[in-house]
Write a protein that binds this ligand. Structure first.
Ligand code: CP3
Length: 354
């Protein structure tokens, strides 16, 4: 399932790709680049193939998933593909009544707030998501040496949607449960860790070369609460896939105070948003881990010169790192000019060519 060379065999081109080398903190021919949310609404070819197909339905059609995943690879020449799906797909697959509302995000019909509500969360089996296996088989055949990143939502971020019932600014119901009923909270996160682990294993076994665990909203927590109430579940997820030997990336927004703990949870690569320069992030994370990031996505709305200047700042801060994967500090926004993203990939490749 991973790309590690078998005994006595030469390594595959995928194993030797700049992206996987950087994840392993090996020397690279150029700094690899990919973008969170690189597939999606910034691309006219995406809007075209998605026309009339609801988001969650599109995630269950293997040919469509493969096409959408490949679109940014073809257009931008990024160094990795990310599997097109959503963090709520495994929850939908086990029968949680939810939908993705355009312009809003995931909305859950019956929020989880009591012990009885936990019954909504049964185990995920590979048969529940056979379309994922099918799509990844199609993709790895098409991608050639370009690695495919699988992903899942981390237990805290999934819990925040399930407990709030939808997107939330203050996470008040989530925190009320976390502080007010620590045992139910721990059981909820443990359930979600099981489901997330199973979902990542399906993707790795089908051919994903790396995985990213998105804990997008965990930056809402103080370090002590993260350590006590979230880290055990995230650690369980990372440990469950450790045996595959594929790099494990961990990312969240506004996590400057949590970077060390997020690495400690079991990541090989820590994703950093734009608020902490990469040299400072490296000090917080400590040795033995690669970093991913961290150009402010909003910079892409300024002039080419300004984008280049800010890109240089990111690369300068990363100059002393052992492994750096260039990315935005959060996802591509729907209104971004795709040509600016293509120029950014070229610029990073040119500036870092060794
Ligand atoms: O290219 C890629 O990166 C893969 C695609 C991807 C999607 N969702 C597709 C999507 C990934 C990695 C995700 C993960 C995801 N989903 C996260 C973690 C990443 C992050 O940005 O922090 C989160 C928090 C979600 C939940 C979610 N799903 C949101 C906030 C939204 C946007 C709602 C909106 O309309 O603004 C979604 C829907 C969604 N997921 C879209 C896409 C392309 C947009 C819906 C559409 O195209 O119709």
């Amino acid at each position: 399932a991973n790309d590690r060379p078998a005994a006595g065999q030469p390594p595959t081109a995928t194993y030797e790709s700049a992206f996987l080398k950087a994840c392993r903190r090996e020397p690279v021919p150029h700094t690899p680049v990919w973008f969170m949310r690189q597939a999606g609404r910034s691309l006219p070819e995406y809007l075209k193939v998605r026309e009339g197909i609801p988001m969650l339905e599109s995630c269950t059609r293997p040919e469509l998933v493969a096409e959408i995943t490949l679109q940014p690879v073809r257009r931008h020449g990024v160094d990795a593909a990310i599997y097109f799906s959503d963090i709520v797909v495994p929850l939908k697959a086990i029968g949680v009544d939810l939908d993705i509302k355009p312009g809003v995000g995931p909305v859950v019909e019956k929020p989880i707030r009591t012990r009885a509500d936990l019954a909504q969360l049964r185990d995920l089996t590979p048969d529940d998501v056979s379309y994922v296996t099918d799509a990844i088989k199609l993709l790895t055949a098409e991608l050639g040496e370009t690695p495919l990143i699988g992903f899942a939502g981390a237990p805290f971020t999934l819990a925040s949607y399930l407990v709030e019932g939808g997107p939330s600014k203050n996470h008040e119901h989530t925190k009320a449960l976390m502080y007010g009923d620590p045992q139910l909270w721990a059981d909820l996160l443990d359930r979600l860790a099981e489901i997330t682990s199973a979902f990542l294993k399906v993707q790795i076994e089908a051919g994903a070369s790396a995985v990213q665990l998105f804990d997008s909203w965990v930056g809402a927590l103080a370090p002590a609460d993260y350590r006590r109430s979230v880290m055990p579940a995230s650690t369980k997820v990372f440990e469950s896939v450790a045996g595959y030997g594929v790099p494990r990336i961990h990312f969240g927004v506004g996590t400057g105070e949590l970077l060390g703990l997020m690495g400690e949870a079991g990541a090989d690569v820590v994703g950093v948003d734009w608020r902490v320069p990469l040299d400072e992030a490296a000090r917080r994370v400590g040795p033995g881990k690669a970093l991913q990031g961290n150009l402010d996505p909003a910079v892409l709305f300024s002039s080419t010169e300004a984008v280049e200047a800010k890109t240089r700042e990111v690369l300068d801060a990363a100059a002393g790192l052992e492994g750096h994967i260039f990315n935005l500090g959060h996802g591509v926004l729907p209104s971004m000019d795709p040509d600016a993203l293509t120029r950014l990939v070229e610029d990073v490749h040119t500036r870092t060519a060794r």
